[in-house]
Design a binder for this molecule. Structure first.
Ligand SMILES: NC(=O)c1ccc[n+]([C@@H]2O[C@H](COP(=O)([O-])OP(=O)(O)OC[C@H]3O[C@@H](n4cnc5c(N)ncnc54)[C@H](OP(=O)(O)O)[C@@H]3O)[C@@H](O)[C@H]2O)c1
Length: 275
C-alpha cells in the first residue's frame, strides 16, 4: 500500500505512522511517500499516476485534508478505482448508490460492520444520521438504504431545524458532525442505540489533550440500550477496515473479487472459532 502525505501536519504524521506500524504487524507492506507542503497539484497527480500503474502497489491512500491549494475532486478522480482504499473515486461512490460490490469508505463501513456484528437490524426502526459529508454521512445513508439493510433514514445537517426533536424520535442515532459532546441526554429517548463517529479534541488548561465523540457518553449512557465509546469505538474499526480494503484490492489484482459481506462473513467465522 502506498500512503501519500502532502506537508507535515503532526496529527496527520502520527496517524500515517500508526497505519504503517499496524501494517507491519499484519505483514502488509506500507510505504509512505511524503511530498513537501508547497507541492503542486500536477506533482501530486504525477505521483498518483505512477502508483496507479505500479503492480507492486495494491492500494493507494492519500492523507486528507490536503492543503487548501489542492483540488480534491480532481485528486479523487485520478486514483485508480481498483486501488482506491478510501473509496472516494466517484465510480466507487456510485457503486455504493447502486448497491454493487466494490470498495467501501472505511468509516461508513465501520458503522455497517458494527451494526452487522451486534445484530442491529434497522428494519422498522427510525434511524437518524447527523452529518452529510461525502466521507461519512452521505455514503453511510446510501449503505443503510441498501435492500440488505432496509433502514428508513433521516439525514440531518447544520441547516436542519428541530434537530433535537428529530434525535428524540430516533431508535438508532448515528452522529458524524465533529462537535464535542453535542448530543445530550435530553436529545435521546430511552433504549436508543447510539453510534458515535465523531472524534473531537479537547484541550485542557494545562495544554494536555483528550478525545471525545459527538455524543455525551456519560450523560447518555444510562438511557442507551447500546453506545459506542470514543476513543476505542468506530475509529478503531475504521482503521481495521483500511486493511480489509487493502486485502480486497490485493485479491482483486489476483483476479479474486469478493464482496464486503463475504469478507465480513469470513471475519465473523474466524472470531467465532476463537470464542
Ligand atoms: N471515526 C472515524 O474513523 C472518523 C472518520 C472520519 C471522520 N471522523 C469524525 O467524524 C466527524 C465528522 O467528520 P466529517 O469528515 O464527516 O466532517 P465534515 O465534513 O466537517 O461534516 C460535518 C457534517 O456535520 C454537519 N454539522 C455541523 N454542525 C452541525 C450542527 N450543529 N448540527 C447538525 N449538523 C451539523 C455539517 O453540516 P453541513 O453539511 O450543513 O455543513 C456536515 O454535514 C469529525 O469529528 C471527524 O473527526 C471520524
Amino acid at each position: 500500500m502506498l500512503l501519500i502525505q502532502v506537508g507535515e501536519d503532526p496529527a496527520s504524521s502520527y496517524y500515517v505512522q500508526s497505519i504503517i506500524n499496524t501494517a507491519d504487524k499484519l505483514g502488509c507492506k506500507a510505504e509512505l511517500l511524503s511530498l513537501p507542503a508547497d507541492s503542486s497539484q500536477q506533482e501530486l497527480l504525477a505521483t498518483i499516476k505512477t502508483a496507479n500503474s505500479d503492480p507492486g502497489v495494491h492500494g493507494i491512500m492519500i492523507q486528507k485534508p490536503l492543503p487548501k491549494s489542492f483540488d480534491d475532486t480532481e485528486i479523487n478522480l485520478s486514483v485508480n478505482p481498483d486501488k482506491d482504499l478510501d473509496a472516494l473515486h466517484p465510480l466507487n461512490l456510485g457503486k455504493i448508490m447502486m448497491e454493487t460490490d466494490g470498495f467501501l469508505p472505511c468509516t461508513p463501513a465501520a458503522v455497517y460492520f458494527t451494526m452487522k456484528y451486534y445484530g442491529i437490524d434497522p428494519v422498522g426502526k427510525n434511524l437518524v444520521i447527523l452529518g452529510r459529508s461525502n466521507v461519512v454521512g452521505k455514503p453511510l445513508a446510501n449503505m443503510l438504504l441498501w435492500k440488505k439493510m432496509n433502514a428508513t433514514v433521516t439525514v440531518c445537517h447544520s441547516r436542519t431545524t428541530d434537530l433535537a426533536d428529530i434525535c428524540r424520535k430516533a431508535d438508532i442515532l448515528i452522529s458524524a458532525i465533529g462537535i464535542a459532546n453535542f448530543v445530550k441526554a435530553d436529545m435521546v429517548k430511552e433504549n436508543v442505540i447510539l453510534i458515535d463517529v465523531g472524534i473531537n479534541e479537547l484541550v485542557a488548561a494545562d495544554g494536555s489533550s483528550s478525545y471525545v465523540g459527538d455524543i455525551d457518553y456519560n450523560a447518555c449512557y444510562d438511557k442507551a440500550l447500546a453506545i459506542t465509546p470514543v476513543p476505542g469505538g468506530i475509529g478503531r474499526i475504521t482503521t481495521s477496515l483500511l486493511y480489509l480494503n487493502l486485502v480486497s484490492a490485493a485479491m482483486l489484482a489476483a483476479g479474486i473479487n469478493k464482496s464486503v459481506d463475504e469478507y465480513i462473513g469470513i471475519i465473523f467465522s474466524e472470531n467465532h472459532k476463537k470464542l
